[in-house]
Design a protein around this ligand. Structure first.
Ligand code: HEC
Ligand code: HEC
Length: 327
């Protein structure tokens, strides 16, 4: 009996001691009583290997062979372009109902968080003000005019500041998403006459819609009440980063996706419609809340409206941009 207690005490001591060893740092190699195949001769990537004539340990693929799954000889399917390298107009896949549903499922997983469930650009990440570049709505003419191939390319290669989703989304699913986004676009643009063919109560939907708008307006008003807030270029500078303006606009004169803010204030701007004007406070303010009205020459109409910012935030941004000018 005595012996058993001692045994137990010793075992307990050993296990406590062993637990105590975990988490300690040491420069020594680990002790491996049972080595299995942990240590064996091998070559690291790019290492020299005198066994071969060219001294390379990494071998080239045998000429004329293609690894399984790498046979990508159809540019229409894999890159969304035709033989001349132009984006294809139409989805090369067979767009069936189940294919569309697959697209919906994938869209909801990979795109919805930013582009919104209906494609209106109001995904949860955007409304949460996490400082992301705003995702555009798909319900605007620039997006309607994009071909299926361009949409495919946006997923495969990324577009401007949006990264590529190629590693997460395989080729066929990308096309399924393209098909679904097209369906989303159509769904928001059904003529009233066609709507009447469906079994829905339009008046009821309109009422619901009006009620929602009223609720949103009431909420915006409630939020706007205590807005006797400070306006300054310093606050503007913080907002410039928080709302990701810095992704597209530099302050050091370099060209990013949009024009630089350096010396913008007071300079003459030329627009794609052929008109021009001096960038005063009003112009800068309007450029932030209504960026699609005047498009600076040499740039694309891709900036999203920031009309959801508070009045003082907008003013601070204007002050910040003014501060980037010597004149
Ligand atoms: C993390 C947020 C995010 C996710 C997720 C995301 N996007 Fe985007 N997307 C953006 C942003 C931001 C832009 C605007 C980029 C810019 O203008 O610099 C954009 C732009 C686009 C455009 C260009 C639209 C236009 O009118 O110029 C397309 C097309 C697009 N995204 C498709 C998709 C698809 C399809 C998915 C899902 C596979 C997706 N995006 C997922 C953020 C996102
Ligand atoms: C996705 C990129 C993008 C983001 C993010 C963005 N912009 Fe822009 N912005 C542009 C582009 C492109 C233009 C030029 C085309 C145009 O006039 O719409 C532009 C134009 C402007 C102009 C007019 C510039 C000129 O040279 O006349 C102002 C001012 C401006 N943006 C302010 C802002 C502010 C403030 C923010 C952040 C709250 C912001 N932008 C976020 C892309 C962006």
């Amino acid at each position: 009996m005595k012996l058993a207690t001692t045994h137990i005490a010793v075992l307990l001591l050993i296990s406590i001691l062993m637990m105590g060893c975990r988490g300690q740092q040491t420069e020594n190699p680990p002790i491996a009583p049972q080595q299995n195949m942990q240590f064996q001769e091998r070559f690291n990537a790019q290492q020299e290997n005198p066994f071969f004539e060219n001294n390379m340990s990494m071998r080239m693929p045998v000429e004329g062979t293609i690894a399984r799954g790498k046979m990508r000889d159809n540019p229409t399917v894999y890159e969304g372009v035709d033989d001349e390298g132009n984006y294809v107009e139409e989805n090369p896949m067979d767009v069936t109902k189940s294919f569309l549903y697959r697209g919906k499922e994938r869209y909801d997983i990979f795109c919805q968080a930013c582009h919104g469930g209906t494609g209106d650009g109001r995904g949860i990440i955007m409304t949460g003000q996490y400082g992301y570049v705003p995702a555009p709505t798909f319900h605007r003419s620039a997006s309607y005019e994009m071909t299926d191939g361009e949409f495919y390319s946006a997923i495969a290669n990324g577009i401007r500041s949006m990264p590529s989703y190629a590693t997460q989304i395989p080729v066929e699913d990308r096309w399924a998403i393209v098909a679904y986004v097209r369906a989303l676009q159509r769904s928001q643009n059904i003529p009233e006459a066609e709507l009447e063919d469906y079994d829905i109560d339009i008046a009821e939907l309109q009422e619901e819609y009006q009620a929602r708008i009223a609720r949103e307006e009431a909420r915006a008003e409630a939020m706007a009440v205590d807005e006797e807030e400070e306006v300054s270029a310093e606050i503007g500078e913080a907002l410039y980063t928080r709302y990701a303006c810095n992704t597209c606009h530099s302050v050091d004169g370099s060209r990013l996706i949009g024009p630089t803010f350096a010396n913008l204030y007071g300079s003459e701007r030329t627009f794609t419609d052929g008109t021009s004007q001096i960038a005063d406070e009003d112009y800068i303010y309007e450029s932030i809340v209504d960026p699609s009205v005047l498009i600076v020459e040499g740039y694309d109409d891709i900036m999203q409206s920031y009309d959801y910012l508070s009045e003082s935030e907008l003013q601070s941004l204007v002050e910040f941009i003014k501060a980037q000018s010597d004149n």
